[in-house]
Design a protein. Structure first.
Length: 121
């Protein structure tokens, strides 16, 4: 996963601190992950999706975070979903391209924020 590799490379360089997890689907096509997002940092939940798939998603946190779903096309970043300052949200991603997709949260606040994300394909 290109995005995760870049983030992990930056981690090794000491440039950022992030939580990054790979999407792991269970037998029922569900995936759940919890994160602790440090102040000024981000968390990403990434995985390969195929064109034509639909993923229902939701997340909850006790404080507002900036959120997006993104993927990379060359040097460009595409955002199928984006929101600022949200503590919970849900939606449906209709996968347009075979691509690595990432759900990402950024913490602009001053305290650690826990969050839980659930995906269903």
């Amino acid at each position: 996963m290109k995005a995760a590799f870049v983030a992990l490379t930056l981690l090794g360089a000491g440039a950022v601190q992030a939580e990054i997890a790979e999407i792991r689907w269970d037998e029922q096509g569900r995936a759940t992950q919890s994160f602790q997002v440090a102040p000024g940092k981000f968390a990403e939940y990434c995985g390969k999706l195929s064109k034509g798939q639909t993923v229902r998603w939701s997340f909850e946190a006790p404080a507002a975070l900036d959120f997006n779903i993104h993927y990379h096309v060359g040097k460009d970043v595409e955002y199928p979903a984006k929101a600022k300052g949200v503590a919970a949200q849900q939606g449906e991603l209709k996968v347009a391209l075979d691509q690595d997709y990432c759900w990402m949260w950024s913490n602009k606040g001053g305290a650690v924020v826990g969050l839980t994300v659930q995906l269903q394909r």
